[in-house]
Design a protein around this ligand. Structure first.
Ligand SMILES: [Mn+2]
Length: 344
């Protein structure tokens, strides 16, 4: 059964742009997660079947547990290969931007993309997408993941069957963005999962590759943080974790190791808001989660220079790491007050 996320005109326009193109650059966001990598890999394999020459570019490297989605190592990491990435963006005749809503989410790649005169398409599920740089925007926020969006887009064309090597990365993106069917799962998501398994996706294999692919040091870091660096504020129904530079070094932290940490306080009885603060180069990275209708999107916009979804948001702070905990409690107090007054 088809799900009508887009109009026929939008879908026709997408296929028109694809048909007219040959060399296609596919982009996703900085610190790419399972949905980002799943999206770009699925799109790349789909375009190869369409007879196109696609190239995937991501701003920085994806976490190691997602490497199985790119077994030949064909993804170009901008940070590691700037010249090559830039020349692909300059010479391509179509740019597809997947799983992010603002060009600023691709860091320095933004500059070359803005200069390109080629048509640009945005396919995304985050609120308030930037529309101006794009010729076509396929945006739907009431959906589990960008991979689910791609699934319904690819399925909208009956002549194009989705083979298992496209189905697998789509399943991975949906599985990771929903935290294994825990968040943002709609009826359409189960339909997608059912269809994909019907196409031959081995869900146990993928589950083990994604959730069983962590390093020993990541597991030990998680244990340490939960025991020593997690604060629980029962009266505010909140919990937060502080990940300092020092602890990152102690546990040989690699990008992606903290994936999922922010959700852990929500497993505590009575906790509905959680945060993870990661000390980084000149900035503190902020992740926020909510398990009820308290909007962490509004909180991130107002206090943390960021935004995102109502129940999953992120941002940045430019204050000393030692002052973050107090700042969080203060801004949470204000946000809860507004929430109780019906403004959050
Ligand atoms: Mn996503």
């Amino acid at each position: 059964m088809m799900k009508d996320f887009f109009s026929k005109e939008q879908i026709d326009r997408f296929y028109e742009l694809i048909s007219a193109a040959n060399e296609v650059v596919i982009l996703s966001h900085t610190n790419p997660d399972g949905d980002a990598v799943g999206s770009v890999v699925a799109m790349k394999r789909f375009l190869v079947l369409e007879g196109k020459k696609p190239t995937v570019i991501i701003p920085n490297r994806h976490p190691d547990y997602l490497s199985f989605l790119d077994p030949e190592g064909e993804i170009i990491v901008y940070k590691e290969n700037k010249k090559m990435a830039e020349s692909y963006v300059r010479s391509c005749d179509l740019i597809l931007a997947l799983d992010f809503n603002q060009l600023s989410r691709i860091d320095d790649v933004e500059r070359v993309v803005r200069k390109s005169l080629s048509p640009k398409v945005l396919i995304d599920h985050h609120p308030s997408p930037e529309r101006e740089p794009f010729d076509l925007v396929l945006s739907e926020t009431e959906i589990s993941s960008n991979c689910e969006l791609l699934y319904w887009l690819f399925s909208s064309c009956k002549e194009r069957a989705i083979p298992v090597d496209v189905a697998e990365p789509l399943y991975v993106g949906m599985m990771t963005d929903t935290n294994n069917f825990a968040n943002s799962v709609l009826a359409s998501t189960f339909r997608m999962a059912s269809d994909l398994i019907g196409k031959g996706v081995d869900k146990e294999k993928l589950q083990h590759l994604v959730f069983g692919g962590f390093s020993e040091s990541r597991m030990r870091l998680m244990g340490y943080l939960l025991s020593e660096k997690m604060t629980v504020l029962p009266e505010m129904e909140a919990g937060f974790i502080m990940l300092s530079k020092e602890d990152q070094e102690k546990f040989s932290f690699a990008e992606g190791d903290s994936e999922g940490f922010v959700n852990i306080p929500l497993s505590i009885k009575g906790i509905n808001i959680s945060a993870l603060f990661t000390e980084s180069e000149g900035v503190v990275r902020v992740s926020l989660r909510s398990a009820n209708d308290f909007s962490v999107n509004k909180m991130a916009r107002r206090f943390f220079n960021g935004g995102g979804h109502e129940r999953a948001s992120g941002g940045k702070l430019f204050i000393p790491f030692g002052k973050v905990a107090d700042y969080f409690v203060e801004s949470l107090t204000k946000s809860i007050e507004e929430y109780r007054n019906g403004k959050n």
